[in-house]
Design a protein. Structure first.
Length: 314
């Protein structure tokens, strides 16, 4: 069976992926699938930098606003839903464009990751959660580092849900979680994959991050968080671990000033961008473009040429 085209546009936060993806989609008659682990949540718009309806310019966007902030959601579920979207887009003769900076979400779809097929062990998860509450997240993370350093490298110590999942896989199967990733990556992509990465000089990117955080605050991010708390969504939820939300809650609860919150959000976002680069740099299939040097228009033109060339040959 012939492989169908999948375009992916990746890179760190604030590099300009959204704008480029929308222009590419308009020119190719494509549709966008968001690969962002926080844009999946309803009511969390400003802080997750969801493109507004105006910014989307009529381009259909999938995998945005699909669950409530208190619902659990795994990378395996993301992959299954994204694959359905891709198949649907292909069936209508359009081109799917996967766009985002959540590396695991991108790779799961682009390389058809298979996830260990056993039922969730709720009692084991509960036991691990109790350990985290008793000894702290770092304790569980260090456990993971010992048994599966490759998985630990890709998971933030505070992402308790993913740390627990990786530990669960190892405890239940005796096989490190990272092993499942490596196996599927070796098989290549189930698609005719074209994956493009956007980059900018570090100082320029950091400046963009600082300005974006400031703009989000001006656009009403604090009120957005206040509303979420009023709706009953607590700071312990996985969704509320999203960049910035935790710090704004600290501000609302009087632990820090707004200026301190802005400083911490900007700093943590810069650190996150660095981790995203590290993740994507490992993928030798990515064709990189420096937005600063090459300019947005030229990059869009090059992406379209590559896709059209691939379409003729497939």
């Amino acid at each position: 069976m012939d492989k169908k085209i999948l375009v992916a546009i990746v890179g760190p936060t604030a590099v300009g992926k959204t704008e480029v993806s929308i222009e590419v989609a308009l020119k190719l008659d494509g549709e966008i699938i968001s690969a962002d682990s926080m844009q999946i949540y309803k009511y969390m718009d400003i802080g997750t930098a969801k493109p507004t309806l105006e910014e989307r310019k009529g381009v259909p966007h999938h995998m945005i606003d699909i669950i409530h902030p208190d619902e659990e959601f795994s990378v395996a579920e993301f992959k299954a839903l994204a694959e359905k979207c891709i198949a649907d887009i292909h069936s209508r003769g359009k081109i799917p464009i996967l766009t985002g900076g959540t590396g695991l979400y991108v790779n799961a779809v682009c390389y058809g990751y298979t996830f260990s097929s056993f039922d969730k062990d709720e009692s084991l998860r509960k036991q691990l959660k109790v350990e985290a509450e008793k000894y702290g997240n770092e304790y569980l993370y260090n456990k993971l580092k010992q048994i599966d350093p490759k998985a630990a490298e890709k998971i933030h110590p505070n992402n308790l849900r993913r740390v627990i999942r990786a530990l669960e896989v190892y405890i239940k199967t005796g096989v490190p979680f990272s092993h499942f990733e490596e196996l599927t990556k070796k098989r290549g992509s189930p698609y005719e994959l074209l994956i493009f990465g956007l980059t900018r000089p570090r100082e320029e990117l950091y400046e963009r991050i600082n300005k974006r955080v400031q703009k989000m605050i001006e656009n009403g991010w604090v009120d957005e968080v206040k509303k979420l708390l009023e709706m009953g969504y607590t700071k312990e939820l996985n969704s509320m671990q999203a960049l910035g939300y935790r710090q704004i809650i600290d501000y609302l609860e009087g632990r820090i000033t707004l200026q301190e919150a802005i400083h911490l959000i900007s700093r943590d976002t810069r650190r996150y961008a660095k981790r995203q680069y590290t993740w994507f740099r490992k993928d030798k299939n990515i064709i990189w473009f420096d937005v600063s040097k090459e300019g947005k228009e030229k990059i869009i033109e090059n992406i379209i040429k590559s896709v059209e060339g691939k379409s003729k040959n497939s």
